[in-house]
Design a protein around this ligand. Structure first.
Ligand SMILES: Cc1cc2nc3c(=O)[nH]c(=O)nc-3n(C[C@H](O)[C@H](O)[C@H](O)COP(=O)(O)O)c2cc1C
Length: 203
């Protein structure tokens, strides 16, 4: 791959915080790319492996890894698109649902992040948020590699008929589809919230 990424640290390795101006510059300007603009080439197999390894480095209360990945590309992705197309056609909003599949079909790579909460004392809410953290880290990692990426849910994340397409077990849910590819046109800045209006500083 074109960008060097350090290997996974060994358990117990010291990992001191170090200033990373490049990371700050990245976050100051990061932007999702429209899924419809994503084209080949997408990440190669070794890049996808790196994407998933880095995406899994998220806060995770209890170290449960309450999420998993489904990587879709090539013929397997086309087959899923075909099954979703049939489900879309049977929906009351068929035309809209079929049109929405354009975002699934265009990108060369789709990674479904499946929230897979585990029983026990860690609140499910926290496990769901950890899955969200995986989605965002995957999105940002793909963008930092120079790809366009977008986090989408859309109807097929919620339609019960689509659950077997993704092999979801009881209790599992799609946290997001992260679409990755080469962006045919650079995204433009969108409206951003005024952070001060959302911030309290008591005292
Ligand atoms: C959980 C979640 C689900 C989303 N689902 C959709 C979707 O189904 N369709 C859509 O157009 N955008 C969806 N979005 C929004 C896109 O990710 C959007 O492109 C993003 O807000 C762009 O912001 P950014 O440039 O700051 O990343 C979703 C966002 C999140 C967090």
């Amino acid at each position: 791959m074109s960008i060097d990424v350090p290997d996974q640290p060994q358990f117990g390795d010291p990992l001191p915080a170090t200033p990373s101006p490049e990371v700050l510059a990245f976050f100051a300007r990061r932007r999702s790319a429209s899924a419809l603009t994503l084209r080949a080439p997408g990440p190669a197999a070794d890049e996808i492996t790196t994407l998933l390894r880095l995406a899994a480095r998220v806060p995770d209360h209890g170290k449960l890894a309450p999420w998993r990945f489904i990587v879709l590309e090539g013929a397997a992705k086309d087959a899923v698109a075909g099954r979703l197309q049939a489900i879309a056609a049977a929906r009351p909003d068929a035309a809209k649902a079929e049109a929405a599949l354009g975002k699934f079909k265009a990108p060369p790579v789709a990674v479904a992040v499946v929230s897979s909460p585990k029983p026990g004392e860690i609140p499910e809410w926290e496990q769901l948020m950890s899955a969200g953290a995986v989605c965002l880290t995957l999105l940002n990692t793909a963008t930092a590699m120079g790809y366009g990426a977008n986090w989408i849910t859309d109807w097929y994340a919620y339609d019960d008929a689509a659950r077997p397409v993704f092999g979801l077990a009881d209790g599992e849910r799609i946290a997001g589809f992260i679409y990755v590819g080469s962006s045919a046109e650079p995204p433009m800045e969108r409206v951003r919230p005024e952070v001060e209006k959302l911030t309290m500083r008591p005292g």
